[in-house]
Design a protein around this ligand. Sequence first.
Ligand code: HEC
Ligand code: HEC
Length: 253
Amino acid sequence: MHGLAGRIQARRRRVRALAIAGACLLAGMPAHAPAQPSAQDTQPAAESPDVAAGRLIAERGVQAGHVGCAACHMMNGAGQPDMAIPRLAGAAPAYLQQQLSFFAAGKRTSFWMTPFARALTPQQMRAVAAYYAAQSAPVEADAEALVPVPAGRHARGQTVFETGGGGAGVMPCAGCHGPAGQGMGPFPPLAGQSAPYVLGQLRRWKRGSDRDPMGKIMVMEVRGMNDADMQAVAAFVQSLSGNGPGSGSGNAQ
Ligand code: HEC
Ligand code: HEC
């Protein structure tokens, strides 16, 4: 009993230290930190985003011949788990806005997303990011079947998520993405993302692609992981509800 409690304590300390290390890594990265409105900002960015305008963009898009975001991400931001279309609901608005600007600038590429991001002005990105961040679509309950992993591998996924699983340089996912996968500050939520989406992103980083200028941490993270562990952790992530210790912190606006 004693030993176990001690191990859990030690793990908690390690997880906290990692989140700090991760934040420092991000801080050390030039130019792309999430936008922090500063007192000197002369732009109207200090005003609150136009959530109603964001809703209209989600519904109808901004360009003739373009569908709205909802055609893929749904109005409630749930995404489409079986299509690897990510959930947007409840993510930090700064994260969503930043990813849109990466797509628009060609710093993150997606056959599907790029044309839709390119059509948006910065104000429209801010508005639609605020709209989706404010959504609280329920997390898919039966998503489990999407990436079938043998029962034993599910436990392995949890181990990787909580402890890093022992691969060289593999840090616990929970240390940055939160113990319930709810996201923390600049680290996006994983709870509610489907196994196909998570696995697709992990494999992209494993191939050495940064994905976008904020992706260097994840490239380092997956270096010591094999494909079986990536499948296992993707399946485990899909089983997270986002409700648990530490949830509800940091991601609302
Ligand atoms: C045709 C389908 C489609 C449409 C329409 C679409 N998206 Fe996407 N979106 C995707 C796919 C697929 C991805 C995942 C891309 C990848 O694999 O990197 C994505 C990714 C994103 C991401 C990154 C999410 C993350 O967790 O990193 C954001 C933000 C986003 N979309 C917002 C929008 C907004 C806002 C609109 C409307 C202006 C929109 N999308 C329209 C399919 C679509
Ligand atoms: C040291 C901090 C850190 C650790 C540890 C970490 N991540 Fe990440 N993760 C990030 C950052 C930062 C991003 C945003 C990357 C970007 O924008 O390109 C991210 C993004 C992601 C995304 C994309 C989310 C989205 O909405 O597109 C997935 C999936 C992911 N991480 C999975 C994992 C898994 C699984 C683990 C554990 C095996 C893990 N991460 C460990 C920092 C971390």
